[in-house]
Structures are given as structure tokens and as C-alpha cells.
Design a protein around this ligand. Sequence first.
Ligand SMILES: Nc1ncnc2c1ncn2[C@@H]1O[C@H](COP(=O)(O)OP(=O)(O)OP(=O)(O)O)[C@@H](O)[C@H]1O
Ligand SMILES: [Mg+2]
Length: 702
Amino acid sequence: MTGKEKAGQEYAEALQNVTRRCERLVQILSILREMDQLDDPLKGLKSVCCRIVEAIASSLAAENCSLFLLNDSKCEVQLRATCSPLEDRARYFEPDAWPAGKFKLGEGIAGSVAQTCTPLCVADSSLDTRFVALNQTAVAPRSLLCFPLMVEGRLVGVLNLSHSSPGFFTAESEHTLSFVADRAARMLANHLLHERVRQSEEYYRLILETAADAVLVLDKEGHVTSANPAVENILGIPPQDCVANRTTWAACVHPEDVAPFRQHLEQVIAEKLPATLQYRCIDIRGNVHALEQRGCPLFDSQGEVQGVVCIARDVSERKLAEEELLQAQKMECVGRLAGGIAHDFNNLLTIISGYGEVLHAHLEGMPEALGRLHYIEEAAERAGQLVKQLLAFSRKQVLQPKVIDLNLSLKDTTKMLRRVMGDDVQLVTHFCEDPARILIDPVHLTQVLMNLTVNARDAMEAGGVLKLETYLAEVGETYPGRPESCNPGRYARIAVQDMGCGMSQETQARIFEPFFTTKLNGTGTGLGLPTVRGIVNQNGGFITVESELGRGSTFSAYFPLVKEKAETAAAPPSMAALRGSETVLVVEDERAVRHLIVQMLTRQGFNVLEAASAEAAAALEKNHAEPIHLLLADFLMPHMNGHQLALQLCRNRPQLKVLIMSGYAGHSIADQALRESGYELVQKPFTSPELIRRIREILDGP
Ligand SMILES: Nc1ncnc2c1ncn2[C@@H]1O[C@H](COP(=O)(O)OP(=O)(O)OP(=O)(O)O)[C@@H](O)[C@H]1O
Ligand SMILES: [Mg+2]
């Protein structure tokens, strides 16, 4: 070769070299330009991964380019995107979507590169034992170029290029890839970070949006800067409105709790520590909510407090339940106390009023003495009412419920109520047209009416109109005042409306508390309304109150309607018609009461046997050959109660009829058995006509 030729060849080679370098530079530049277009944090990780493999595969003429990313545990790389000439577009895989596309560090070609963090060029994969084909069906790649993706010494993932011809990738390919890999690694690291932030934001957003507690961010002035949807459940105001009108939350704080609320915020800000506060808020409808709030300081990047994060829980229902429990415990206490004394007390009252009655005959023609006796009887009567009130309130009364038509009963009762009302109160009644049948002990109904009307009268010091009305009410799920324990359905409503002094919110909150009264000088016991509520609840109903200070009050008692026909009460027969000649065995351990009963019965012509204990009665019965028609026994006696005695005597005398006297119904098992036995009961204290009437009914009955 001449010198000229040689020079020409050298020139051609140099030119070729420069051209190749230029081409490579253009190649690198074009990939980088494509990547730069991708470097937008708003583009998702998916599109970034796909575009990287597409760009690299096409520029390096590889038949496949796969991108593996290091997973969170940093112990394996996972295939996340791949691109081959057989497919139009790159394919993306969600994490863990393809279990076969995973390599532990050190496993396979990708795992080895991930472990050593150095590129690996394999000229013929069939000769390399590390090679594991990802796709068994496709033509196995022969040339591989696998490159670690690193950012500041940290592994992000691995890029793997392959080709079906052996020895396809050269040092130049590796050189080109080194440029591109660096850029790709940074972009991926950025996107992964964005992705993590986005996921974490999504996670916390979900927590905030589904939380039942209100979560608010307040600035140092107490202005709302952020609020979650639960805020609306408390205030009834959408969260965006709370943020737009920044003072909404603070403005809804109950006026009495504004100062503690402010102090709470100031404390959290000053001490830079979380704190807890209980306070009240008033919602858009005017309802008060009891809240329990945890306030935590919110710091800026300099560590200064920039506001307070408040997590507020509505504890209104819990508070209500706590109050109800307390109330129930109080009632239980009073009930136990009342039950404890009722038996003895009723015995005493039976003696007082019974002998009062007996004395009448002796004092005939002595008006002065009769007048004094009248006072004694009146006091005994009032004392009896008081015990009844206590027992009704504590639900220990002996009950004799029956189906009554409320309208008919009220028409009867209004005569008595008019007397109680006095002259300056005008009683106006209005009864619904359809019958309002309810199941109730008539004594209970009278107690409800008496208490409500006397309260109404007392509220109208200067007199006025008292309305007593009945309605049939369709009580639905959302009926105001319906407690959970009362099923929706048809109810009879008794409304007692006055034009009196009305009640403040504070008074209304306490009226059902036992012993709460605003009546001075011992004129009120404060047991009226608790008794009414006790009775109403016991009969499956509920009570509501509407009242405004100075504008009167309306109390409504609801009782469930029943379908059965009302039992009509026949006019009570006179004492003369109530005489008898049957034999009655009277068993009562209290001497004075026993004597009184014996007198009452003998006066009416009955043949009376008496016993001071159950044992004595049993012995008497054994030795008495004649018939005994009725056993009249006290329930509570030592050794053996009246119920047990009745069971024993009835075994010998199946025809024997039984009437048990009782002062109260406690909750004992013996009581339950008595109620289930079907024996008739008479409640102490009773008057002579009451007792004789019951005895006659039983003797004349089936
Ligand atoms: N119709 C009403 N108008 C205004 N206040 C009422 C009315 N009814 C009840 N109250 C208030 O509720 C309180 C409690 O009533 P409740 O019937 O339980 O007891 P009381 O009437 O004070 O005593 P008692 O019933 O033993 O005479 C009353 O003291 C009164 O303050
Ligand atoms: Mg009262």
C-alpha cells in the first residue's frame, strides 16, 4: 500500500470513528431528550417506566428492554416494565403482579447486577449458568446487557437489554447505556418518592375522610384552616364552609365554654404539648353536643408551633347513657328504701284507717270528735297515697293492669280533677273520637293524671286554662322524643297543657330527677314527675315535655294502643249487698291488723277463723272438719309466706279460694312465683268496702 493509500485509509477510519461517535452522541441525546419530556412529577410511575424501556430499546436496537425496581424490603428486584419489538408498546406490571418476575439479590443476571452494583455484559447467555429465562415460550435471548440504576450510591433498580444474536452488545453499547442509566435512575428515584408521598397522602386522606371524629386544623388565632367531613355530623355545616368562613367552629362553641376552649388552645401552643378538653358545641339546628377534644401542636419546619390539630369526638350519647345510668341507680336506691318500709308502713296505715272506720259507729252524735277523726283519716289517706307514690315510682306496686278506654276513664276522672283544680283554673277537655284502648292499672292512670294536672295548676298561680286532651298518634322511627325502647306503632297520647310559668332549659333537664322540686317550704316532694315517668315506662310508653319560660308547658304521656275490648266496670254494689255467711280463714301475723280484718268480716256476717302464723293456720285447717271457703293470708310472714301456705292448704282442699294481702311487690323469686300462681291479690292499706268487695267477687266467681 502506497503512502497515499495508507493515509487515505487512516483518514477513512478516522472519519468512520468520528461518524460513529457522532451517531452515538445523537443517540444519547435523543434518549435523554425523550426522558426529559418524561420528567414531570405529575406523570405517573407507570408512564415513566414504560417510556424509559421503550426509548432505550429502540435507540440501542435491543430486542427487549426490561426494567426491574428494588422493592421496599430492599432484598429483591421486581420486573416492572418491559418492551420488545413483538409488542407495540411497553408493558407495565404493578408490584407483585408477576411472581416469576422477581429476583432475590444475587439470583439470576438481574439479581447479580443488583447485588454487585456493576454492569454485566453477557455475550452468550446459553453459556452463563446465572441466566434464567423469564419467558419459557419465547426465543431465548443470547446477548444480555444488564446495568444497575444508581443514585448517589443507592441502588434504585436494574435495566436489562437482550438480543437473540450472540455478541450483539459492545463496549460502546455499554458506554451509551451508562449515560442513559444515570438519568433514568434519577428520574425513577424522583418518581418513586412522589409515588410514596402520594400514597401516604392518599392513606391519610382516607383516614380523615372516613373518621367518625371531627379533625380540624386551627391556626394560632383559632381560625379553621382544614376540616374533615365528620365536622358536618357535629355542626351540620359542610367542612368546606367551615374553612371558608374561618371562625365557624369557634363561633359554635357553647357560650359557657368559650373561655376554657380558648385556654385549651393557648395551653397547647404555649406548652407545645398535646392536651384534652371537654366542652360543648351548638349545631346549626340549635342542638347541644358534648365533645371530647384532643389538641396537638402543629409545628412548622423551624420547629415553631403554627397551629393546633384538634380531634373532637361527639360524646353526647355516652354522656346521656351515663346520666341515665346514674338516674337508674338513684331510682333503684329509692326503690329499695321504699320497698323496705312499705310492708310495715302499709300495715300501720291499715290499722289507722281501719280503726278510724270502726270508730265512726262509736262516735255517732259527737260531731266534734267525728271532725277530729276525719283529720286522722285524711292524714292516713294522704300517707297511703305517698307510699303508693313511692312504690309506683320504684315500680314495686302490686299491679292489676286491665284494658281500658282512655277516653271513658278520663271522663270519669275529670270530675275529681275539677275539685282538685280550684275555682280559678278552668279545665277544658277534648277527647279523640275513636276509642283509645290501653293496658294499664287504673290506679296508675289516676296517678299520672293527678301529678300532671296538679303540677299544671301549681304553675298557674294566677289561674288560667288547663287543657286535657287525648289523641291517637302514629309514632314512627323519627317521632320526637321516642326512646329506642319504645317500638314505632300506634299510641294513645294524653296531653296536659297549661298557660303557667313554664320552665327554663335547666329546670327541664332536671324535672324527672327524684326529689327535684322548685316548690318552696316543703310543698313539693319532687317525686311527682319521676313517678309519672316510672309509670309511663312501666306500661311501655314514654313522656315528652314542651315548655318555655313564661309561656306554659305541655306534658304528653304516650301509651301503646291495644286491640282488645275495654273491660267495663259495673257500678260497685253497696255494702248491704256485700254480706256473706261463708267461712274465711284469716292469717295475719300483725295482731292489730288481724283483729281489724276479723271485725270487718264478722260485721258483714262472715264466719271467721283466725291464725297468727302460717303454722297455726295449717294446724287449724287440719282440725276443722267444716268447709273453709276462702283463705285470706298476708304475703310476708316469718317461716312460711302466704303463697306457700295457700299451696299447702289447697292440696287438702282443692275447692279453697285464696286472696293474698300484700304491701308491695319486690323482686324476689317468691314474688314472681306468687304472680304466676294466679292467686288474687289485694293491696294494703285497704278500706273495709274494698276488702269485702274483693272477697265477694272471689267467692261469687267461678
Ligand atoms: N306544668 C309545669 N309547669 C312548670 N313547671 C313544672 C310543671 N310541672 C313540673 N314542673 C317543675 O318540675 C318540678 C318537679 O315536679 P314534680 O311533680 O316532680 O315535683 P313537685 O311538683 O315539685 O312536687 P310534688 O309533685 O311532690 O308536689 C316542679 O317543682 C316544677 O319546678
Ligand atoms: Mg308535682
